[in-house]
Design a protein around this ligand. Structure first.
Ligand SMILES: [Zn+2]
Length: 187
């Protein structure tokens, strides 16, 4: 689920609330896809806060697969819980399928990371001239001073359904955003 942020500018301009989006995917030449992980950044080209690619280290994503393969890990327990109702059909089968897909995606993410060359891009315009928050949540905006981006929780925003090459370049394609609802609340 995307994060939302309160942004406080050092130059005294009013605070801004910012909501992350989701539904971004890398698409490979064979047509298969994995989720693209977005995070907040400032884009010097768009001149605004945007969703940018979050490119983790190879070590981090390799650890994710190791955790998934360890049934005692927290990451694996999301898929291996046998608490009711997950101890009965069709949940057992559904969870087993999701677990397999998660391991498959983690494996593919490692393969992707090994060959990824470009620095992270803005998901709106594709620019690599972007600034991420430092460890203290401060982000330096060229020509405007700094801002503090404080994560205030999670938000349930639309799925953009935008597709990117493995190097983070948007694939031009007409898509419609989709929406997530609680089961039974689909409109
Ligand atoms: Zn941009």
């Amino acid at each position: 689920m995307p994060a939302c942020y309160q942004i406080r500018f050092a130059d005294g301009t009013p605070d801004v609330e910012w909501f992350g989006l989701r539904g971004f995917y890398y698409e490979f030449l064979d047509g298969t896809q994995i989720g693209l992980r977005p995070t907040i950044a400032w884009c010097c080209n768009c001149q605004q806060f945007i969703d940018a690619e979050w490119i983790q280290s190879l070590e981090e994503i390799t650890n994710e697969l190791a955790e998934l393969n360890d049934p005692t890990s927290l990451r694996a327990s999301l898929f291996t819980s046998n608490e009711p109702p997950f101890d009965e059909s069709p949940y057992i089968e559904r969870m087993a399928k999701l677990y397999m897909e998660a391991k498959d995606e983690a494996t593919r993410r490692i393969e992707w990371r090994r060959v990824r060359h470009s620095p992270p891009r803005c998901l709106i315009c594709g620019s690599t001239d972007i600034r991420f928050p430092a460890d203290d949540q401060t982000i330096k905006i060229p020509g405007r001073g700094s801002a503090v981006v404080e994560c205030t929780g999670m938000c349930s925003t639309d799925f953009c359904n935008w597709f990117y090459t493995p190097e983070g370049v948007r694939i031009p394609r007409e898509t419609q955003p989709s929406y997530w609802h609680f089961p039974g609340e689909e409109r």
